[in-house]
Design a protein around this ligand. Sequence first.
Ligand SMILES: Cc1cc2nc3c(=O)[nH]c(=O)nc-3n(C[C@H](O)[C@H](O)[C@H](O)COP(=O)(O)O)c2cc1C
Ligand SMILES: CC(C)CC(=O)C(=O)O
Length: 380
Amino acid sequence: MVQHLKRSATTAMSSHPLPALAQIPPQIAAVADYEAFARERMSAAAWAYISGAAADELTLAENSAAFRRLRLRQRVLADLDGANTRLELFGDAFEYPIFLAPVAYQKLAHPEGELAAALGASAMRAGMVVSTQASVALEDIAAMASAPLWFQLYLQPDRGFTQELVNRAESAGYRALVLTVDAPVNGVRNREQRAGFVLPAGVDAVNLRGMRPLPAYTAQAGASALFGGPLLAGAPTWADVRWLIQLARLPVLLKGITTAEDAQRAVDCGAAGIIVSNHGGRTLDTVPATIEALPAVAQAVDGRVPVLLDGGIRRGTDIFKALALGAAATLVGRPYVYGLAAAGAPGVAHVLHMLRTELEVAMALTGRRTLKDIDASAIC
Ligand SMILES: Cc1cc2nc3c(=O)[nH]c(=O)nc-3n(C[C@H](O)[C@H](O)[C@H](O)COP(=O)(O)O)c2cc1C
Ligand SMILES: CC(C)CC(=O)C(=O)O
């Protein structure tokens, strides 16, 4: 049913998103409802890669559980005339504070990959962050999108190649750079390992083609698999953050900050924004949920730059709670990838539509007219 919808509605969506949304079956009423449809359409290995996280996946579970533990304070009879969810970030206006987080290799989820995600986001006028490891050329994604795109950067050991990547993103019209700082090495991805995940033919990091590969390295028996090898030797440091901020013409956000100390340092280095993120639980297991890390980061930043958050958002009330505790906006990862896998661009649009509507309901029932009215007093 949803598969059929994908074919017929993608075309309709490019002129108007709503007819396509009207064809989504009623049993998909919440973001979580896409998960089963997505799983059916993916190989077991791709499912393990996308839905999985690091080690015992405690942080993955905690990201959502911590949102669910928070309680809202309902307020009644507020004047909601003129209510809206608008915001401005880095000179661009957005209709609502929900962005698509950078997710690598989206062709694993859908043959059109990032192109369909960008189409869905643009139809809903939502911003999207495109991964360095996208499976579609960053220029082609930019040509598809009408809403603002940001480019997520993994600093490559070859800094000259990294600079080229930044130039390409700037030339293609991306509006900000998101430097991911929490993954100098991959987490211990046991679920992926057990499923034997490897990239299938036809899916690769096309934007990194032509880059000089790291020297081959096999640790001697009894030696460290990581320390002393080339991976950490080329890993980014604060000096690289300053280098990037100096060379980039675009604002640079740091993604993957979860402590007050690092937030302070990021602002001191000239970061234009901070994304509180633990990579959806995919890097270091047992770190706290992002919603628990947010207040200390927001306090350290003290309004000097916008603080965004991702990780575990599955409801509009989660977005509301993040805003109440100091976030200017939020990003979602797996939820839209599940929508993409199940129904292509309309699935992505639908996920955004549901989250936005749920956020508006939460605002109406807590008596908040604008995003600026959402503060900690909305939480018990
Ligand atoms: C399959 C997958 C691939 C990801 N790829 C990237 C990436 O290339 N760059 C990055 O900064 N974050 C990446 N992330 C992390 C997301 O940007 C985001 O932090 C996380 O998914 C948020 O948690 P959520 O999935 O619970 O919404 C990836 C996440 C997933 C699930
Ligand atoms: C290719 C990976 C490094 C992309 C990523 O960030 C992830 O899988 O979490």
